[in-house]
Design a binder for this molecule. Sequence first.
Ligand SMILES: [Zn+2]
Length: 72
Amino acid sequence: MPIFACTLCDASAVKPPFSLDDSAPVRCFRCDCVVGTWGDLKDRANRLIALEQAGSVGRRSIRSADPLCHHP
Ligand SMILES: [Zn+2]
């Protein structure tokens, strides 16, 4: 599973929606385009966790960047 990246600007940081319902749009932190829905992002995280827990993929091949940008 490849690392998440915006298809327009290649950034990996996203802005979570204000309302965390599954159909709410998630936007790229850099260029503000819609990169998917909150439900998409949750599904992706759950798939990564399931793969890791199943041990079906070596840890080196699972790459999960934190897509949320942290600002102090
Ligand atoms: Zn972008």
